[in-house]
Design a protein around this ligand. Structure first.
Ligand SMILES: Nc1ncnc2c1ncn2[C@@H]1O[C@H](COP(=O)(O)OP(=O)(O)OP(=O)(O)O)[C@@H](O)[C@H]1O
Length: 564
């Protein structure tokens, strides 16, 4: 093969023929050899630009989308400015400052081109801090850098790569254009744009000078477009497998031993959101180790807000007063590193929807293993498998290698329970852990939850389910606990009219049909009238009920109960 840089002045501007398939240039160099060498130089440069712009864009845009706030505002303005200017002009200015040369040209194009993938990465990660799998990871005690690296960026990667591939054609043209102006690789190195520039003087008499570089540029641009389409298909797979529905029965084990140790003590907790909604208004409760306390009530009564206050998962703008003590730790006053240490070790969190709680890009083993890694412990494979198998997942080793969409809901929730409890936290908070699952799986999941946990704070609206799995019940209405007691007492002898109405509204297995509860709880975002918040819906309300708010005495907050 001919040397692409070797001049042969006896053979200047030879037409294509048997000796030189694409002819020669004005220095007699073989154009086929120069085209191949030029294509290699240009494609290498394009690949480097692609890798650098995608990585930079993913990191910068991902940080903006995930962190939000001031970081997002600043990065977004810079991206806006960058995208408002033609990339050639930016690259031209930068290469002007750095000096001509192949490496400087690559740097200039990267500096001009990172903004587009960054914008895509920002869009793909915006609001990701509210995603359930991200919350579950944070609740396991995983730090922000690892959350970004393992949960946020991999999810955005496919989108960013597909979008960035679509710009490869443009990169090829920009690179060729700037090399054409003499800003890139310097002679005698063969480069496509520079070959086009060299051909200018002899174009009319020797048109074959154009063939090699133009064909390669056209092919590269077309290939980049086809590659972008193909990548979109490959990187955006649709789950095809139908989930197995049946769950094998769980071996019921004795729940954790009841001790006097306090797993959770909430004292006079109040939460007001930034819009003024007083979602929790003076709640106190105690949960002992080995027990399950269920918090029940209609939608909007403040159950989730209570759970999120215990998890320190409320928006920063929310005002929180009172105390939350978990296993001797003053949760509301821990600094950020101490809170991260407490997550997963003092408090475990089981989310409502196991599919949302697990990252769809990773096999389920990753989700469970991460719970150990969050606290710098690397479990061997058999430990992870054993933990999940212990909680009733059959063929755990093979199943853990599969992604979440291949798991049934009940089985996957067992895996998330395994992850939430690997460090045997004093308290497991479970917010409606069965409401996203088929009703027939709920019992198995709650048995597993109790089997795996020391103490459980269970948020639920399903009184019938709660009756079978909790030791104590706290009934919430309009941000307050209106009745609390052992499950037996609450079910057999409900003293608050709201508890009675809730029980009457719960569909029984057999017997008279449920009576729905008329009206709706008051909006906590508005002014709450003086008096008992339930009075407007209460058939037993008296005049005092409309004037004064009853306090919780002897387990019930009602003027028709023990307090007069
Ligand atoms: N992020 C928020 N910002 C403002 N108000 C909120 C926010 N989250 C909840 N609220 C309000 O706080 C009140 C209590 O909501 P919360 O979700 O705690 O109740 P819930 O009993 O758990 O209901 P659900 O079962 O529907 O989740 C409601 O009035 C709700 O509109």
């Amino acid at each position: 093969t001919a040397d692409p840089d070797l001049p042969d002045y006896a053979n200047q501007l030879a037409a294509p023929g048997a000796a030189h398939w694409l002819g020669t240039d004005d220095a007699g160099r073989d154009l086929l050899a120069r085209t191949i060498a030029g294509a290699r130089t240009s494609l290498q440069a394009v690949l480097v630009v692609f890798a650098l712009t995608t990585t930079l864009g993913l990191l910068v845009g991902g940080a903006a989308g995930y962190l939000g706030g001031i970081v997002d505002a600043v990065i977004s303005r810079v991206i806006d400015v960058m995208l408002g200017l033609p990339s050639q002009i930016i690259a031209l200015a930068i290469v002007g400052a750095l000096g001509v040369g192949a490496d400087n040209l690559i740097l200039a194009i990267v500096a001009a081109g990172w903004a587009y993938p960054a914008r895509i990465a920002r869009s793909a990660t915006l609001g990701s801090h509210t995603r359930l799998d991200v919350i579950a990871a944070r609740m396991a005690g995983i730090g922000p850098a690892r959350v970004l690296r393992t949960h946020i960026l991999p999810g955005a990667l496919a989108t960013v790569v597909v979008a960035a591939t679509a710009t490869v054609g443009e990169t090829v043209l920009v690179l060729a254009g700037l090399s054409f102006l003499g800003l890139g690789a310097q002679p005698p190195t063969a480069e496509l744009g520079q070959m086009l520039a060299d051909s200018q003087g002899s174009l009319v008499s020797s048109p074959w000078l154009l063939i090699g570089p133009t064909v390669i540029i056209a092919l590269t641009v077309t290939a980049a477009m086809l590659l972008s389409d193909a990548l979109r298909d490959v990187l955006d797979p649709q789950p095809t497998e139908v989930r197995a529905r049946t769950a094998p029965p769980v071996a019921v084990r004795a729940p954790a031993t009841v001790t006097d140790a306090v797993a959770l003590r909430v004292t006079d907790l109040a939460v007001t959101y930034s819009d003024g909604a007083r979602a929790v208004r003076g709640v106190s409760l105690t949960l002992r180790s080995g027990q399950c306390l269920a918090v029940v009530g209609e939608s909007g009564c403040g159950k989730t807000t209570l759970a999120r206050a215990v998890l320190r998962l409320l928006p920063p703008a929310a005002t929180i007063t009172g105390h939350v003590q978990v296993d001797d730790q003053d949760i509301l006053n821990l600094d950020a590193p101490a809170m991260r240490r407490a997550r997963g070790r003092a408090i475990g969190y089981v989310a409502q929807d196991p599919y949302a709680a697990c990252d769809p890009l990773h096999p389920v083993r990753h989700h469970v293993t991460e719970a150990w890694l969050a606290h710098r412990r690397r479990p061997d494979r058999s430990t992870v498998t054993g933990r999940v198998a212990d909680l009733g997942v059959q063929h755990a080793r093979e199943r853990l290698a599969e992604r979440p969409h291949r798991w049934s809901g009940g089985m996957l929730q067992r895996a998330t329970i395994a992850a939430a409890t690997v460090h045997q936290p004093a308290l497991t908070v479970a917010d409606e852990p069965t409401s996203a699952l088929d009703a027939d799986l709920s019992d198995d999941v709650l048995i597993t939850l109790r089997q795996a946990s020391q103490a459980v704070l269970l948020i639920s609206h399903d009184l019938r389910l709660v009756a079978r799995h909790s030791d104590h019940i706290a009934v919430m209405y309009a941000g307050r606990i209106v009745e609390t007691g052992t499950t037996g007492d609450i079910l057999d002898n409900p003293r608050h009219p709201y508890t009675r109405a809730l029980l009457a509204a719960t569909p029984p297995v057999e017997g008279p049909p449920a009576r729905s509860l008329p009206g709706a709880p008051p909006s906590l975002a508005h002014h709450i009238d003086p008096g008992c918040a339930f009075a407007p819906r209460c058939v037993e309300a008296r005049s005092i009920c409309h004037d004064r708010e009853p306090v919780l005495v002897g387990g019930v907050a009602c003027f028709n109960g023990d307090q007069r």
